[in-house]
Design a binder for this molecule. Structure first.
Ligand code: HEM
Length: 128
């Protein structure tokens, strides 16, 4: 039987490319996020697109090239405070609005990203 995954339902590779570009444009302009990201976000965006493809049920592009995501471990070098997690989510929320991810996918995907973002927090607010 055919099952549609979120990756296909929202528009596949094309929409994810636009989503990721919009997200990192927001990240680059965010005063709390820009300082912990590289100046050139090309490679970051490429990896994020691979990751989101598999996160949403598409082909496992990230794992094929980089191995197990271990996202929390990969984020440990960066001080991720609760405020930075909320900032990241606000950048993603606006990107989703910009590229018009449709309901019910938008809300469902945003909920999963919220859980993941909170899981990345590794630094208390006053140490960040
Ligand atoms: C990489 C920050 C949440 C997925 C990174 C990098 C930073 C960062 C600074 C390194 C960029 C680079 O050197 O290229 C944050 C912050 C978050 C957050 C502040 C707030 C909670 C997330 C979430 C996801 C995610 C929710 C998944 C949905 C990734 C991926 C990479 C990455 C896939 C690339 C890892 C690699 O090097 O292979 N993030 N991130 N991040 N982030 Fe996040």
């Amino acid at each position: 039987s055919e099952r549609t995954n979120a990756f296909e339902a929202i528009g596949g590779t094309d929409i994810l490319r636009r989503l990721v570009l919009a997200h990192y444009k927001n990240v680059a302009a965010h005063p709390e996020l820009a300082p912990i990201f590289p100046d050139d976000l090309t490679e970051t965006a490429r990896k994020q697109q691979q990751f989101l493809t598999q996160f949403l049920g598409g082909p496992p592009l990230y794992s094929e090239e980089h191995g197990h995501p271990m996202l929390r471990a990969r984020h440990l070098p960066f001080p991720i405070t609760p405020a930075r997690a909320e900032a990241w989510l606000s950048c993603m929320r606006r990107a989703m609005d910009e590229v018009q991810i449709e309901e019910p996918w938008r809300e469902a995907i945003f909920k999963r990203l919220t859980l993941t973002a909170h899981h990345m927090v590794n630094t208390e607010e006053n140490e960040g």
